[in-house]
Ligand binder design. Structure first.
Ligand SMILES: Nc1ncnc2c1ncn2[C@@H]1O[C@H](COP(=O)(O)OP(=O)(O)OP(=O)(O)O)[C@@H](O)[C@H]1O
Length: 238
């Protein structure tokens, strides 16, 4: 039986985090509603990627607590610019890496793993690119491969760092449709984005400024002209 939202996939209480010698997030209180889409919005350097890293467990919190709804490992789709062109990986290898967390790097993939990989390639419309090197793909094709890798993890928490930034309308629509579909299937989606149209389509929104959450709630209440002007103006004058 499904539980009626809102219930929370992750609750952050007074969370601080950053990098050696560089504190970024300061005393964050936030709730990520389960089985819905959350957009994380804010200017360059406001801490969006760091927050995703904290939710993914790859950036440790230096203070405060994170309560996850369950023990399952989040799937984290990093910015495609974070992937080196010289990585000698095919598209299929890239997506198959999404199964490693379950199998371990040294174990052979099972037929079930291979069928999940095939299904994810199909779902992102890149089955015909499976044998191509990741480094020789266009930005949009590469982004689809990374999203397919995230889906292949079959996690109930999918974190994506700017999944549609810089893509053409067709690629943006393809990724948006897949994200809508996974949310409808009960997955919690959190995406950092500079795309205000994408943020306005989300169910929930966090507006970050200088490592702090300045507004949290529905996109209508968070992404007001006044709040956006205030946050971006502060940045320009910083
Ligand atoms: N690996 C790192 N080591 C040290 N500092 C880092 C590291 N990654 C990010 N930072 C710093 O942390 C701050 C927040 O960066 P973060 O990438 O979280 O912001 P962002 O909101 O995602 O920015 P953008 O919109 O440009 O992607 C910045 O000052 C950045 O320089």
């Amino acid at each position: 039986m499904s539980v009626t939202p809102p219930f929370h996939q992750v609750t952050l209480s007074a969370v601080s985090a950053g990098y050696p010698g560089r504190p970024v997030l300061v005393g964050l209180d936030a709730r990520i509603p389960a089985q819905l889409t959350t957009a994380v919005v804010g200017p360059n350097g406001s801490g969006k990627s760091t927050l995703l890293g904290v939710l993914a467990g790859v950036v440790p919190a230096t203070a405060g607590t994170l309560a996850h709804r369950n023990e399952s490992r989040p799937a984290f789709v990093v910015q495609r610019s974070a992937i080196s062109d010289s990585f000698p990986l095919t598209v299929r290898d890239t997506v198959a890496m999404g199964r490693w967390a379950r199998r371990g790097i040294w174990k052979r993939l099972t037929p079930q793993d291979r069928s999940v990989v095939d299904a994810c390639l199909e779902r992102l419309g890149i089955a015909d690119l499976a044998a191509r090197q990741l480094g020789e793909l266009s930005g949009g094709q590469r982004q689809r491969a990374l999203v397919a890798q995230g889906l292949a993890q079959e996690s109930d928490l999918l974190l994506l760092d700017e999944p549609t930034t810089g893509l053409d309308a067709t690629a943006q629509r393809a990724i948006t449709e897949v994200l809508d579909e996974v949310t409808n299937n009960g997955v919690t989606v959190v995406q950092a984005t500079h795309d205000l149209a994408a943020a306005r389509r989300a169910d929930h929104c966090l507006l970050l400024h200088d490592g702090r959450i300045v507004h949290e709630g529905s996109p209508d209440t968070v992404l007001t002209n006044e709040a956006l002007a205030r946050v971006w103006q502060f940045t320009d004058s910083a």
